[in-house]
Design a protein around this ligand. Structure first.
Ligand code: MSP
Length: 656
């Protein structure tokens, strides 16, 4: 068993977490859970960065003692992380006097003893938002390019860290450890930056009380970044438990945002070199998540509260969205519309429907008991998906890992459509084949659920439970759990929809919310009625105010239009117009629908087509046959009926 120590950035606590900061924790949690699934002794560290001037100011604004304010914020952060199912093993705060203070003081002393800290005077612009001195050339119209605020001019006596001395050692280290900085775009940025030469770093602030005093100058506190970076070593035991530190350090992976890779890839390794400590294995600089293409910010009023998003459908759909839709390492975007679309497509219509179908058919045709078998084509697809998943996850291509799991899900869906268990069920001679098909489908879903465990911990565990896997998810091990099971028996539970389609829940859009005050928890967003996503043309100037033959969106939403695939087609005896169709509408069983299209199509031309049907029409009997729905077709002047093509949508997809 190998060990794996990973960390996230520690957050400033001047406001509650937003979707961007949550993105980092969710993806790090996926990585941590994946390592646990592989059986690695995993230690996942998170925490809060409290010695920032902005934190101090926020506490003052609220008339609170800064430490008491940070205590409150810790509870808020923990509540958000709990709400997103983040499974950190340790949480460190930079105001922790038992662990963090001694670590920071020890490291400052070690750097001093090594001749890397000296006294000088600093004069320059300081951006409090970045907590960083800004060279004048980096300002845009005199403002910080990130925070769009005017930096303060500061002149004070400071202690400096001899960063310039580490230019060559750092470049050598990057060369010898090519995977130290990932992804490649970040590595190139850092290489270019360090090659350009490094300036010494001011590592103290004079005359401030909020911070950790320097052991060799109690009138100064440690600069917030020098302080914060040490959290990783502090949590491992540095400065207070040498034996534990020796066991745990170095960290294998630091997950941080692309805006702070420089601190982690340049300053932090130089500090560790100076203190004579081993360097971490890798720094991964993920991209940013935007809201409708904009940076989330209080002034823009477009901050998405991750708990609002998690309250929408539970944490798992949000975790899936952020992991699947954003290429890990690149920037991504969140909108409520896209989130809801993906919920319907990936969960309600795809995975959720697959689980329901398998469970419903297993119950109906085999009383919920399935016997294992080899698996043929699906077993091969599962093995391919599993190895692609593993490769992707080991390389931190989380989005590709999820895509591999979804390839298996799609293959299982196609397999059901092709093998048509409902037809097999009618022929007693095909009983064994039917058993095999149901088992194979269930096994493919089980393996997909194992692959999705790190991403959707509760839902994947629930799928496994329904598929009769009695092992506690925490005890599952990737190698055995993700392998095809060719023997044994399983009991399948048919327990209803895991993710009801949105229209069934009667709510479509969550209003954009601004975060509530740090001390209060956010009110759940009100559910608004469905709104059309296509732009609505304004009425013509001479149009009457109310058009009596127009219907409202509510009227329209009553009609359930769905994508369907034609499985069988035959002529209806004694009818010139009617064709009898068997269509897959994404339900456990296909439906029979009669359509007046016989004059336009031969039955054999119809099989395999993907069309649109009205799915919630009351059943009607025509020529003695019950029709359950209506096929949509265009009827041009002069007769005929042209079916609408709904390729490549999945059966069951709602059409609007
Ligand atoms: N306190 C420092 C980190 C110190 S680590 C020793 C800090 N805090 S932060 O609260 O501003 O940001 C915390 C993390 O969230 C950073 O990794 C940052 O890049 C990330 N993100 C902040 N906004 C983000 C998005 N909109 N999208 C993705 N990540 C974002 O920096």
């Amino acid at each position: 068993m190998s060990s794996f120590f990973l960390t996230t950035a520690i957050d400033y606590v001047n406001s509650r977490p937003h979707l961007g900061t949550a993105y980092e924790k969710i993806t790090a949690d996926v990585i941590a859970r994946y390592h646990r699934l592989k059986g690695d002794g995993t230690w996942f560290l998170m925490g809060n960065d409290e010695h920032s001037q902005n934190v101090f100011k926020r506490a003052q604004e609220q008339g609170k003692d800064p430490l008491a304010y940070c205590d409150e914020m810790e509870q808020i952060f923990r509540e958000v992380w709990r709400g997103l199912d983040i499974s950190f093993d340790d949480f460190i705060r930079t105001t922790d006097r038992r662990r963090h203070f001694p670590a920071v003081q020890r490291m400052a002393q070690a750097c001093l003893d090594n001749g890397d800290i000296y006294e000088g005077t600093y004069e320059g612009f300081y951006c409090v938002g970045c907590e960083e001195f800004k060279p004048e050339k980096d300002l845009v119209d005199g403002l910080c390019p990130i925070h769009k605020t005017k930096p303060e001019w500061i002149k004070e006596k400071n202690w400096f860290f001899r960063l310039s001395k580490y230019q060559q050692p750092l470049l050598k280290f990057y060369e010898e450890h090519p995977s130290f900085i990932e992804p490649e775009v970040r590595r190139n940025e850092i290489l270019r930056f360090v090659e350009g030469g490094l300036e010494d770093l001011s590592m103290s602030r004079a005359g401030q009380s909020w911070g950790i005093p320097l052991p060799f100058d109690p009138t100064s506190v440690v600069y917030v970044w020098f302080d914060a970076l040490i959290n990783y070593a502090a949590a491992a035991g540095y400065g207070w438990d040498d034996a534990q530190f020796a066991r745990r350090w170095p960290a294998n992976l630091h997950i941080v945002g692309k805006d702070i890779t420089r601190f982690h890839c340049v300053i932090w390794p130089a500090m560790l070199m100076s203190a004579g400590l081993p360097l971490p294995g890798q720094v991964f600089g993920h991209g940013w998540v935007f809201f409708k293409g904009e940076r989330m910010s209080k002034t823009m009023g477009n901050i998405v509260d991750p708990l609002d998003a998690a309250k929408r459908f539970g944490p798992d759909p949000l975790r899936l969205y952020l992991t699947k839709e954003v290429v890990y390492g690149a920037d991504g975007d969140f909108t409520w519309e896209r989130f809801e679309e993906k919920y319907n497509a990936d969960l309600a219509n795809n995975l959720g429907n697959l689980v329901n179908r398998v469970a419903a058919m297993s119950e109906r045709y085999r009383q919920g008991r399935l016997l294992a078998r080899g698996g043929e084509s699906l077993a091969t697809i599962a093995a391919d998906a599993t190895s692609a998943y593993r490769k992707a996850m080991d390389g931190l291509a989380l989005h590709e890992g999820v895509a591999a799991a979804y390839r298996l899900i799609s293959a299982a869906n196609e397999y059901i459509a092709e093998t048509q268990p409902w037809s097999l069920a009618k022929d007693p001679a095909k009983a064994e084949q039917l058993s095999g098909v149901l088992y194979d489908a269930s096994e493919a879903v089980r393996i997909a659920a194992v692959l999705l465990l790190p991403v959707m911990p509760s839902s994947a565990a629930e799928i496994l439970r329904r598929l009769g896997d009695t092992t506690a998810p925490g005890n599952l091990r990737f190698d055995t759990a993700a392998a095809w099971r060719a023997s044994g028996e399983r009991g399948i539970l048919n327990a209803g929809a895991l993710w009801p389609r949105l229209e069934d829940k009667g709510a479509i859009t969550v209003s954009e919310t601004t975060p509530t005050a740090a001390s209060g928890s956010p009110a759940p967003a009100p559910a608004a009625p469905a709104a059309p996503s296509a732009p609505v043309a304004p009425p013509a100037p001479d149009a009457p105010a109310i058009d009596s033959d127009k219907i409202t969106i509510d009227d329209f939403m009553k009609v359930q239009l769905k994508v369907a695939k034609i499985l069988e087609a035959s002529n209806v005896p004694k009818s010139k117009k009617l064709v009898q169709l068997k269509v897959d509408v994404g339900e456990a069983e296909p439906r029979t629908i009669l359509a007046g299209i016989a004059e336009s199509y031969q039955p054999e031309q119809l099989v395999g087509r993907t069309i649109v049907v009205v799915a919630n029409l009351k059943p009607a009997k025509l020529m003695g046959i019950e029709s359950n729905g209506m096929v949509l077709a265009a009827s041009p002047e002069g007769g005929g009926a042209l079916l609408l093509n709904a390729e490549p949508a999945v059966p069951g997809t709602r059409v609007r």
